[in-house]
Structures are given as structure tokens and as C-alpha cells.
Design a protein around this ligand. Structure first.
Ligand SMILES: O=C(O)Cc1cc(O)ccc1O
Ligand SMILES: [Fe+2]
Length: 451
């Protein structure tokens, strides 16, 4: 069990200027944390009357009988059910959910985008979400969506939760604060955060403008990949995942809660901040992870392994080894393989591959795939190094070589991904992307020998 460093510190969170009480280490631990001394019942979950007059409330992130079950007990100033009970449908036209197949949009192809530019409009976490691709079906809880967020304005007395999905957030620019029911997560580039399904939060801009990527997972939660023969260490280590220490606010001001539910958005009014959880315990919580702590394992003699060795988190689909989503990290590392074509090989993959560049240069695409940019190599569609990368990798002297200043990621899903009309027509799609392979020439001339 994990304890905060100072479990009895009183915390009134959170204002943009407020302090973040910090984090507890561990992946999927059974955490316990309280912002007021004695707020957490000991030895039981449902005392007849809770300390401080708090209400006990359970947030279940898996079915009750799942093995292992994931749930968190919250001790809060008011139960969540105390809201106006009237939900009004609202329109967030750029946030799409699967199935979203536009007959006028083609998704069969190799696509690449420049960074989506910020606009003059003030955009929040909700109005600034731009869906690029969708896969599967939100109603049957399979598949995912990918988004770019462009955020310039904090949510003020406005809160959000997604009943549809957990959100994996990958910042590329700016700093955000996720003030959640279970505590505060501050996030900047080179870090990622996971916001579980059902968790209420508000997103504040600590440093703007903020841009980044979101993978919305409709299916089973992200978990650490099986390490197999790699053993107990390296890749993403459990202690580097951080869950927030309890933080609450007792603020009676007219507020709104927006809910994403089966692909639609609804808003309800409440008279107070819903971030009123004074203490909690359990294993269903948001967390962050510093990508710089990812310890890559790779080829140390020859050949190029499958990119699955770089999996940070995987969301199972129910079919073993075939993920609903794999989150894969290509970061700084040494390349040492002898007599080897070192960049990714040319290939076709049943899984569809969406990539984002956080910073630097990606080895298979030295030009054109820029920080903030994205690419999609859809199900079974061939791709691989561009002409420059091929030439360099085939002719360079193969000493130890550090791939430095580079961080890109891949969202790989077993489902084909469909472009939204925003991705196809409004976002800066590079029309000439496929030309990066046009000049690859025939080298075969029937005579043996390496060419
Ligand atoms: O296509 C890509 O660039 C991603 C990728 C990287 C790699 O090292 C091996 C396979 C693969 O799909
Ligand atoms: Fe690939």
C-alpha cells in the first residue's frame, strides 16, 4: 500500500496558482490517501456515519466480479448524484466517436499531417479537441479514436467526464493541469497521463498554447505489457507511474458537468465544484508517466526487432497478443546492430499504425514528419523508410550510433482507422506524402552481390 509523503496535509486544490500536493508511485497499486486526518475509514468502507460528515461513494472501473476488480472508494463532501438531474445535449462538432465513416472520405492510404495550427479562437479541452481517426465502435466498447488537442483557455467552473473511454494524453507543446476528483496531475511534453473512464476533471492551462495528442480507448484499460523473456526490469517500470495525492475543493459556485456518453455530449448544472473528494483508496485512479524513464531494450548484435519491444502500455482486446491499442515509444537510444539495415523495414501490418512526433527526427522519415505532426499507415498498407533514410541506412558506416533528440510514438490498433472529415479536409494533410517512396529505384540486375 502506498502512502503520500504527508498524509495529513490539508489541501485545498486547485487554482492555476495553487500548489500540486504531489504523487504516489506505482502502477495499479491499491493506493490510499487523505487530505484531512482521519477522513479515510479504516478497516471498512461503509461506516454508518463517515468522519467529517463525508459521503462514501464507490467508482467502479471494471465489472464488480472482474478479476482483478478495479474500483476506488471516495469520501466526498456531497455524493456525485447531487446534480440537477437534467442533461441537455450539446454539440461538440469536432469531437467524433466511432463508428464515424464518412462516405466522402477515403481512409485507404498512407497519410501524413503537419501540426494542426492554433487558431485565434479561445479553445478549451472540450472545444479544442479535434478528432483525426476513429476505429471500432464506442457502443460496443471496442476500438479507439485519435485526437489532436489545441487548448488556450482553462475550464473555469466547468467539468468533464467520459463514460465512453479512458484517455491517454500525450502533450507536445505547453503545460496542462488536470484537476481531478482524485487529485491533481500536471502534465508537460515528455510525459503522458491516463484519465480513467468516469473520472470527473477540469483542465487548466498552466502554460499555453497547449497542443498534443489524445488516444481515446473505448475498450479494456491500458496495462503494462507482458515482459516475457525480458524479465522483471527495463521498458516501463511500475514505480515510474504516479497517481495523485488526494486534493479537494469546497466551493459552492454554479458549475457545469459535461458528459461524453455513447459518442454524444450532455451538460448538467450543479451548485458546487464536483472535485470534493477529501480521501480515497483503491486501484482505479488517474496517473502520469515520464517517458524519459522508459528504458528501451533492443538489438545488440544484428537485425531489427518488431516495434513491440518498445511498448509502454497495452490495452487488450480479449484476443491474447492482439491489442485493442498498443502505445509504443521511439525514443533516444543507441544503434549498434552489425551488418544490419537499422531503420524500420518495409512492411505491411494487419494492425493499423498511427504515429505522432513529440520532438526531433524519426529515423525512417528524416524529413516531413515534424514535431506535432502525425502519420497514418492503415491496415495492410505498405510503408517504410523514405528515399533519404534508405540511402543513409544502406551506405553508412555501422559503428555505434546514438539516435539523439528524438521522441515519437505509435498508436497501433487491431482495427482499421477511419479519417474524419476534419483530418481529410481541414487539417494540414501533406498531399505529396506518398512521393517520399517514388524515387526508390530498381537495383536488381540479375547479377549476385550486395547492391
Ligand atoms: O512504421 C513505422 O515507422 C513504425 C515501425 C517501427 C519499427 O521499428 C518497426 C516497425 C514499424 O511499423
Ligand atoms: Fe510500420
Amino acid at each position: 500500500m502506498n502512502h503520500p509523503t504527508d498524509p495529513h496535509k490539508m489541501i485545498q486544490a486547485s487554482t492555476p496558482a495553487g500548489t500540486n500536493p504531489g504523487y504516489m508511485p506505482g502502477f495499479g497499486n491499491d493506493f490510499e490517501t487523505e487530505a484531512l486526518p482521519g477522513a479515510l475509514p479504516q478497516g471498512m468502507n461503509s461506516p454508518q456515519r463517515c468522519n467529517y460528515g463525508l459521503y462514501g461513494e464507490q467508482l467502479s472501473g471494471t465489472a464488480f466480479t472482474a478479476n482483478p476488480p478495479e474500483r476506488t472508494w471516495c469520501y466526498r463532501i456531497r455524493p456525485s448524484v447531487k446534480h440537477s438531474h437534467r442533461y441537455d445535449k450539446i454539440n461538440l462538432p469536432y469531437w467524433k466517436s466511432a463508428p464515424c465513416v464518412d462516405p466522402d472520405v477515403t481512409s485507404l492510404g498512407q497519410y501524413r499531417w503537419d501540426p494542426v495550427a492554433h487558431t485565434q479562437d479561445g479553445l478549451t479541452w472540450l472545444t479544442g479537441m479535434r478528432t483525426m481517426t476513429t476505429a471500432g465502435d464506442v457502443n460496443t466498447q471496442v476500438g479507439m479514436a485519435s485526437h489532436i488537442y489545441l487548448v488556450t483557455e482553462s475550464m473555469v467552473d466547468d467539468y468533464f467526464f467520459s463514460a465512453d473511454s479512458e484517455l491517454l494524453v500525450v502533450p507536445q507543446e505547453g503545460r496542462l493541469r488536470f484537476a481531478t476528483e482524485l487529485g491533481i496531475i500536471d502534465l508537460e511534453p515528455k510525459e503522458i497521463a491516463i484519465l480513467p473512464r468516469g473520472l470527473v476533471y477540469r483542465v487548466e492551462v498552466l502554460e499555453g498554447p497547449a497542443r498534443g495528442f489524445v488516444c481515446e480507448n473505448y475498450g479494456q484499460k491500458f496495462e503494462l505489457p507482458g515482459r516475457g523473456p525480458i524479465g522483471a526490469n527495463c521498458m516501463a517500470n511500475p514505480r515510474d507511474f504516479k497517481a495523485p495525492i488526494a486534493a479537494y475543493e469546497d466551493r459552492e459556485v454554479p458549475s457545469t458537468v459535461t458528459v461524453k456518453w455513447c459518442g454524444q455530449f450532455h451538460t448538467t448544472k450543479i451548485g458546487q465544484s464536483p472535485l470534493d473528494v477529501v480521501a480515497w483508496h483503491g486501484n482505479y485512479a488517474p496517473y502520469k508517466y515520464d517517458l524519459r524513464t522508459y528504458c528501451p531494450v533492443g538489438a545488440i548484435l544484428f537485425d531489427h526487432p518488431d516495434p513491440s519491444i518498445f511498448t509502454v502500455l497495452t490495452a487488450p482486446s480479449g484476443q491474447p497478443g492482439t491489442a485493442n491499442i498498443d502505445f509504443v515509444l521511439f525514443r533516444e537510444r543507441w544503434m549498434v546492430a552489425e551488418d544490419t539495415f537499422r531503420p524500420p523495414w518495409y512492411h505491411k501490418n494487419i494492425m493499423s499504425e498511427l504515429m505522432g512526433n513529440i520532438y526531433g527526427q524519426y529515423d525512417a522519415k528524416p524529413q516531413g514528419f515534424v514535431p506535432g505532426g502525425m502519420s497514418l499507415h492503415n491496415m495492410m498498407l505498405p510503408h517504410g523508410p523514405d528515399q533519404d533514410a534508405f540511402d543513409n541506412a544502406s551506405n553508412s558506416n555501422l559503428g555505434p550510433d546514438k539516435l539523439d533528440n528524438t521522441m515519437s510514438f505509435m498508436i497501433e490498433t487491431r482495427f482499421p482507422q477511419h479519417l474524419t472529415s476534419f483530418a481529410a479536409t481541414e487539417a494540414p494533410l501533406q498531399d505529396d506524402y506518398i512521393d517520399c517512396w517514388t524515387s526508390l529505384e530498381k537495383k536488381f540486375d540479375g547479377t549476385p552481390g550486395k547492391k
